[in-house]
Design a protein around this ligand. Sequence first.
Ligand code: SF4
Length: 247
Amino acid sequence: MTKKQLIPEQINKKLEAAPIPDILNWVNEHFPTEKIGFSTGFGSSGGVVLDHLMQVNKNIPVFYIDTGVLFRETYALRDRIEKKYGVRFIRYRADLSWAEQEEKFGPRLWESNPDLCCHIRKVLPLREALSHYEVWITAIRRDQSPTRINTRVIEWEPRFKVIKVNPLAAWTGDMVWRYIRERNIPYNKLYDLGYGSIGCFNCTSALRAGESEREGRWRGLGKTECGLHFPTTDKWAHSLETQEVDR
Ligand code: SF4
């Protein structure tokens, strides 16, 4: 039986409206712990999933992609979470240093070609991370952006050949913050300064009045996703991907 065949439609229907512990327990019961990986970008939703995960199985690997240009508040949050839960984060990074990237592709790639920059610094490290797992747990939600509206609780991710589990798919931002306050979960202090979604400091800004959660990311660049959850369309990035896979 292939991994993809392990997701019969009735499982998805059953888990679609299930509470997060039921979803995570299903994963925990059907896959070896070392084959389950939870990725976090240290966002508010990630804090909710991690809090639940620690109640289900503390040994499930938790990893993050370190682009090297995360906010200092994000690294501080990582350290606070490690202290609170005793979790040891696994860090994945790009093969290229920022200096090597600049030498190869020119300065400020996040402005000249942000899809390629995200591809090098995020997508390729994620691919390396997921090569170790059969199941990828994420914290994405349908209400975060139009690109995420069709997110299902259990999906097959063909790019990385893993089962993708999105236990917060049906949650709203309000539900996330209510849970954070009720459980006193550590969160990034930048949220208190008006940030709605927090990534690399090169490409993240605080929200303006009336903007939705992710509108502070890649402001003015016409980009809404980094490519971790939804592929970018940039042909250059795809050709680089082919090179990386073939080498
Ligand atoms: S978010 Fe910006 S700096 Fe970070 S990898 Fe993507 S383009 Fe580069």
